[in-house]
Write a protein that binds this ligand. Structure first.
Ligand SMILES: O=c1ccn([C@@H]2O[C@H](COP(=O)(O)OP(=O)(O)O[C@H]3O[C@H](CO)[C@@H](O)[C@H](O)[C@H]3O)[C@@H](O)[C@H]2O)c(=O)[nH]1
Ligand SMILES: [Mn+2]
Length: 732
């Protein structure tokens, strides 16, 4: 059979050349720098005489920065982009079926209306409806969500045919009705129908609102399995092959306090089993409850890769970028995670493919079943891996099937069985099959193991965002979320699956470096903390740690500094960013290093020593009006816990003291040449973190830094300064 190419790949040759050249030059510079750092300490008796402890801290920081930079350079090696040929897809009858998994966990932090919009947007995907099933996992076990699903189904009966009839791509009702549609304004029939659907949508919203007001409280940690195939009773559709709207299944797995439920990964694995028994589609779209489909053609786009015979056999998943509808122009918290989706993922796409990113991906079911589906496994072995359900084991060998009315009670019982909290006991779920449990960033870890097993992935980043979600738009939420991610990432780094060790030999070196960078990234906290404290204390105590301005070694250090700034600027500008974004990303990086990376690392280290258990606080999806306004205006909102603020403010105060103190001393005692590097470093830290100074001194609104946090930080800074001076007097 002829192999029709369904997509095409473009290598960004010039970008790759420039990147590689930079990597080469920068490597030479950092080698010189490290050489100087060590030789000036060990051999020469020149003017750089640093006491042992500061030297150790500074040199290990520099080494760590170099190591992380080296890993990161792999992302720049071979950036590509891709485009698809939708018109070359096989006819609808030949398309494989798709199961959509939507996860929700908490009706308060994740309002049912949002979740239902996601469900509806998935129901209205531009795909044969009989080949589409939408599964909603409700970890909260909330009657509000179940009730909402019923209402969504009712409204879906109107919404889905409406989208199909008029080819509406923005298939999320809330998003669709919030903009005036001028594509179709000519036809009167359309306008009438749109008005009618909009009225029904308002009614639907009202019903959810009223239910929300009267809703009871459920125990999200302790409830039985609850599975319902919505609308199966009243579908009245004698010919399921011709159904108008996709099947919707509500799944709330059993949760008991005595059994670990493994958070989102656990929920997804239950969906894998339940859907295996019900529809067993070969491809699965995974969505977070706040990520709606913004372009209904995404399933077809994904099929342009999954069905392209040049790559399909080893392709595990097609990852779309996470994009957000609530990002402001300045995006002061870098909530869009811009760098990840515009620089890193396209870079990995040129290698074995991007990292699995939690949501917005179409994955091949088979890839999640590990090597256990080998044909020659017998029933006992299969049951040891997959658990005792016969029906589920049967599904492993059977291709997808759709039976609406043929769905009998015994099968239904079986779905409840596979959703029970003890089902996975002594099986390979979460360990070798399904989404993996070893890290709270189940996406990163599962993707890593898939790549280790030889699967590849593809990054599909169309002009029109295929999915849109809600990003965290306040400092507190962003840092709490970042702490969880970084804890999970470092957890992998510290485990036996550490990418640079486990990955080597299982995947190409460059991919290995990309994975290593990601999991080592929380360690940025160490150099950032050190370089924001040690040179400053040295400055105040007349110890110089960088070469004199007139020395040629000074050029090496300056070059490393400027070249790091420059390559980042190049990355931002070549991907359509601005200087402002570049500067902003620096600031966010520093803020995160001091807080989220730091606490994330602490968390991971405590888990490593068994002092702490894994936890997953779902991110808040309800925006505070005032905070959101400030975010939109580009004004930092420092309403966060002291635990998050104190480190930031302390370091800023410390740098203010050392900057002004350092200059004062130079005026009195001279020594500008030796101390220039350190004075500049403090200056740089201060201008990058200017909003913190502003929030502490100049602002008096609700989002400013609370006086109590400032006082605590002043106390901390004095302790550090005091300890620093004692240590230096003692050492020198
Ligand atoms: O016990 C849980 C906890 C969470 N979730 C769901 O998981 C999703 C992601 O949770 P969220 O609180 O939104 O976390 P984020 O940090 O925003 O999520 C990012 O990071 C996660 C890994 O930490 C990935 O799984 C996500 O896809 C990615 O968007 C949401 O739909 C939740 O409802 C569950 O189903 N069960
Ligand atoms: Mn989220």
């Amino acid at each position: 059979m002829d192999c029709v190419p369904l997509h095409q790949t473009t290598l960004h040759k010039w970008t790759a050349y420039i990147n590689r050249l930079h990597t080469f030059i920068h490597s030479i510079a950092i080698t010189c720098m490290i050489f100087h750092r060590f030789s000036s300490f060990l051999f020469t008796k020149d003017s750089l005489q640093i006491p042992l402890i500061p030297w150790l801290l500074i040199s290990s920081s520099e080494l760590l920065l170099c190591f992380i930079w080296l890993m990161k350079s792999a992302y720049n090696w071979r950036p590509i982009s891709r485009s698809v040929f939708l018109e070359k897809l096989p006819p609808d009858e030949e398309l494989p079926s798709v199961d959509v998994f939507v996860c929700t966990a908490d009706p308060v932090r994740e309002p049912p209306l949002k979740v239902m919009n996601t469900v509806l947007s998935a129901m209205a995907l531009d795909y044969p409806p009989e080949k589409l099933s939408v599964y909603l996992s409700d970890d909260g076990g909330s009657s509000l969500t179940l009730n909402g699903t019923h209402e969504a189904w009712e409204f879906g009966k109107l919404w889905v045919p409406f989208c199909r009839k008029y080819g509406i791509k923005k298939s999320c009702p809330e998003a669709y009705f919030s903009v005036l549609d001028n594509n179709h304004d000519g036809s009167k029939g359309f306008r009438e129908e749109r008005e009618n659907v909009e009225r029904e949508y308002e009614k639907f919203k009202e019903k959810l609102r009223i239910a929300g007001e009267n809703g009871g409280v459920n125990s999200s940690q302790d409830h039985p399995t609850m599975i319902e195939i919505i609308g199966s009773k009243d579908s009245g559709n004698s010919d399921p092959g011709k159904s108008e709207i996709p099947r919707v299944v509500y799944v709330s797995r059993e949760k008991r306090p005595s059994h670990p439920h493994n958070f989102k990964a656990g929920a997804l694995n239950v969906l894998l089993r339940v859907s295996g028994i019900i529809s067993n589609s070969p491809y699965i779209l995974v969505l977070d409850c706040d990520m709606y489909c913004n372009d209904s053609t995404s399933a077809r786009q994904a099929m342009c890769f999954h069905l392209d015979q040049r790559i399909s056999s080893s392709l595990a998943f097609v990852q779309f970028p996470q994009k957000f509808c609530n990002i402001s122009k300045n995006d002061i918290y870098d909530a869009a995670l811009r760098y990840i989706f515009v620089v890193m993922w396209p870079g990995m796409d040129g290698l074995k493919g991007p990292i699995l990113s939690g949501t917005c991906f179409y994955i091949k079911r088979e890839s999640l079943y590990g090597s256990s589906t080998d044909k020659d496994m017998d029933l006992i072995e299969l049951k040891q891996s997959f658990g005792p359900s016969n029906e589920f084991i049967k599904s492993l060998k059977r291709s997808s099937y759709y039976n609406n009315d043929g769905f009998v009670t015994t099968l239904f019982q079986e779905t409840r069985f596979v959703g029970s909290s003890t089902y996975e006991k002594n099986t390979n779920w979460g360990n070798k099959i399904g989404f993996l449990y070893d890290s709270v960033v189940e996406d990163y870890f599962t993707g890593f193991i898939l790549h280790c097993r030889g699967w590849s992935s593809v990054f599909c980043n169309p002009q029109k965002p295929a999915f849109l979600g809600n990003a965290t738009t306040n400092l507190s939420d962003a840092l709490i979320q970042g702490t969880r991610w970084n804890s999970g990432l470092l957890e992998v780094f510290l485990s036996r699956f550490c990418p640079i060790i486990y990955g080597l030999g299982r995947m190409p070196l460059l991919d290995c470096m990309c994975y290593a960078y990601f999991s080592a990234q929380p360690l940025y906290f160490f150099p950032v903390w050190c370089l924001a404290i040690v040179p400053q204390l040295c400055l105040l105590n007349n110890i110089h740690i960088y070469p004199k301005v007139s020395s040629s070694w000074f050029i090496v250090y300056s070059f490393v500094f400027l070249s790091t700034l420059a390559i980042h600027l190049w990355d931002v500008l070549r991907t359509g960013g601005t200087i402002r974004i570049w500067w902003n990303e620096w600031r966010v990086w520093m803020i995160k290093s001091v807080t989220a990376y730091f606490y994330g690392s602490l968390d991971a280290i405590m888990k490593f020593f068994g002092v702490k258990e894994a936890s997953f606080v779902p991110t808040n999806k309800v925006a505070d009006g005032e905070q959101f306004k400030r975010y939109q205006m580009g004004i930092y909102d420092f309403q966060a816990s002291k635990m998050l603020l104190a480190p930031l403010v302390t370091l800023v105060i410390l740098n203010m003291v050392s900057f002004f103190g350092g200059i004062g001393k130079r005026i009195l005692a001279g020594g500008w040449e030796e101390m220039f590097g350190q004075i500049f470093l403090s200056f740089f830290i201060l201008i990058v973190n200017y909003p913190i100074i502003e929030g502490m001194i100049l602002r008096r609104d609700k989002g400013c830094i609370p006086t109590s946090a400032t006082l605590v930080s002043i106390a901390f800074s004095f302790v550090i300064l005091f300890l620093g001076s004692i240590a230096f007097i003692y050492m020198t």
